[in-house]
Every structure is written in structure tokens, then in C-alpha cells.
Write a protein that binds this ligand. Structure first.
Ligand code: PEP
Length: 253
């Protein structure tokens, strides 16, 4: 049985006050028999968020794959584990596009989570050009295979994948439930090829791209969509809580 996860990526947004507001609201919700909710604050707020979080998990938005050393400005997997992070987002399209992270670097980061307590959320997704040109399946296959390329079949079972079409991120355009389901099925089939059926049926595959309270339930009801990676809507307390409730409703069915 795979987890249904609602992950809130705050990106470079928020403040100490927002950490307090979001965590105190989430702490009122009992997620114990339900979905997993995870928040991803900017790194300076991680420790504080972890101290406050009672019902949700906390994750980091990025890290560097080396264990330690002269890498000014970077954080390692063991440092994040040390303060209590449980997830890390890797290969986000903003990291790929703005910070020039390629598939090789993403693969090194994914493998560097092994031995830490971090679950990597490997993000993949096509651009508008790839979608309109019809080559999106190849793009997704390349990113999934590359991102998992340094892992054994057994190690792949620790990974969560997020399908995030670049054209839907922060644009207000959402992939239709059928468009998203098609790619999620493709991802699950690829994982079956790489790691076997048992790993693929147990892997959570999240959808990301303008998820909000109005569209979450329909998206998360698709057979291969196991929750969402939420950007903009995770910065509004009520909206994020409503997305978590929508996910919890899907689980009850
Ligand atoms: C994201 O950044 O991962 C994301 C999905 O953003 P948004 O929900 O704002 O589209």
C-alpha cells in the first residue's frame, strides 16, 4: 500500500511568522490514520519548523551530494538528517533551469540520500515545447531513468517521484487528470522495468503543477496519482489545509 502525500514546497518564500502560522494550523489536524503531509520551508527555517511540527513531516528543498568539504553555501544530506528532515526535493525544474542542474547531478544527489534518513522526491517533467511537439514521453523516460540510474532495484523503493509538467508550474495551468494519469502510468511502468512490480506498485508518484483546493481531489483520485507537490497554494494556510482534506477524502473511498 503506497502513501498518499501532500507536499508543500514554499520555495524562497515565507518568514518566521509564516512558519508559526502554518505549523500551528497543521498541528491541529490529526494525520495519523490518513495522508502524509510534508512542508518544505527555506533551509534557514527547517530547524524551527521541525521543532514545531507535531503532525506533519518536514523536508528540504535541495542539498549538495558531497559528504562535507569546501562547498560554500551548501548543505549535506547528513546535516539535513541531523536536524530531523525526512524528505528532500531533487531535480525540481527550477533547479534544473535556473541553477543548471542536469540529470547526472540529480542522479548523484538521489544516490547521496542513501544512508541518511531522507526520502528523495525526484521531480521530472516536460516543457511546453516537449508537450506540444509530442516528445514528452521520451523526456519523462530519460529523466526517470537518469535520476534512478545509480540505484539498485532495492534502493529505488526508497524514492518518491513527482511528475511536474514545467508548463503547469506556477502558471495556473493544470494538467488535466487524464493527461496527468497518462504520465503517472508511464512512470510506474518505467519503475516496473527498472525495479520490478513490487517496487512500482508501492512507489508514491505525486503530481505537481498548479494544484489547488479546487482541483486536488479529482487529480488525486486518478489511479496512479498518489498526492501532490504543491507550490503556490502551500503558501496559503487555508488552501493547503483544504488540499490535505481533499487528499484525505480520496483515501476514505
Ligand atoms: C512546484 O513548484 O513544485 C509547483 C508545483 O508549483 P505550483 O503549485 O505553484 O505550480
Amino acid at each position: 500500500m503506497r502513501d498518499l502525500i501532500v507536499a508543500g514546497n514554499w520555495k524562497m518564500n515565507g518568514s518566521q511568522q509564516f512558519v508559526d502560522e502554518m505549523l500551528s494550523a497543521l498541528n491541529q489536524v490529526d494525520f495519523s490514520e490518513s495522508i502524509k503531509a510534508v512542508v518544505f520551508p527555506p533551509s534557514v527555517y527547517l530547524y524551527e519548523a521541525i521543532q514545531q511540527a507535531k503532525t506533519v513531516k518536514v523536508g528540504a528543498q535541495n542539498f549538495f551530494h558531497e559528504k562535507s568539504g569546501a562547498y560554500t553555501g551548501e548543505l549535506s544530506a547528513s546535516m539535513l538528517s541531523d536536524v530531523g528532515c525526512e524528505y528532500v526535493i531533487l531535480g525540481h525544474s527550477e533547479r534544473r533551469a535556473i541553477f543548471c542542474e542536469d540529470d547526472n547531478l540529480v542522479a548523484k544527489k538521489v544516490v547521496a540520500t542513501l544512508g541518511s534518513r531522507l526520502t528523495p522526491i525526484l521531480c521530472v517533467g516536460e516543457t511546453l515545447e516537449d508537450r506540444e511537439g509530442g516528445g514528452y514521453s521520451d523526456v519523462i523516460a530519460t529523466q526517470v531513468k537518469a535520476g534512478l540510474s545509480l540505484l539498485s532495484a532495492d534502493q529505488i523503493s526508497n524514492v518518491v517521484i513527482a511528475y511536474e509538467p514545467v508548463w503547469a508550474i506556477g502558471t495556473g495551468k493544470t494538467a488535466s487528470p487524464l493527461q496527468a494519469q497518462e504520465v503517472h502510468k508511464l512512470i510506474r511502468d518505467l519503475v516496473t522495468e527498472l525495479a520490478g512490480k513490487e517496487v512500482s506498485v508501492n512507489m508514491s508518484v505525486l503530481y505537481g503543477g498548479s494544484v489547488n483546493a479546487a482541483n486536488a481531489q479529482e487529480l488525486f483520485s486518478q489511479p496512479d496519482i498518489d498526492g501532490g507537490l504543491v507550490g503556490g497554494a502551500s503558501l496559503k494556510v487555508d488552501e493547503f489545509l483544504a488540499i490535505c482534506s481533499a487528499a484525505a477524502e480520496v483515501l476514505k473511498r
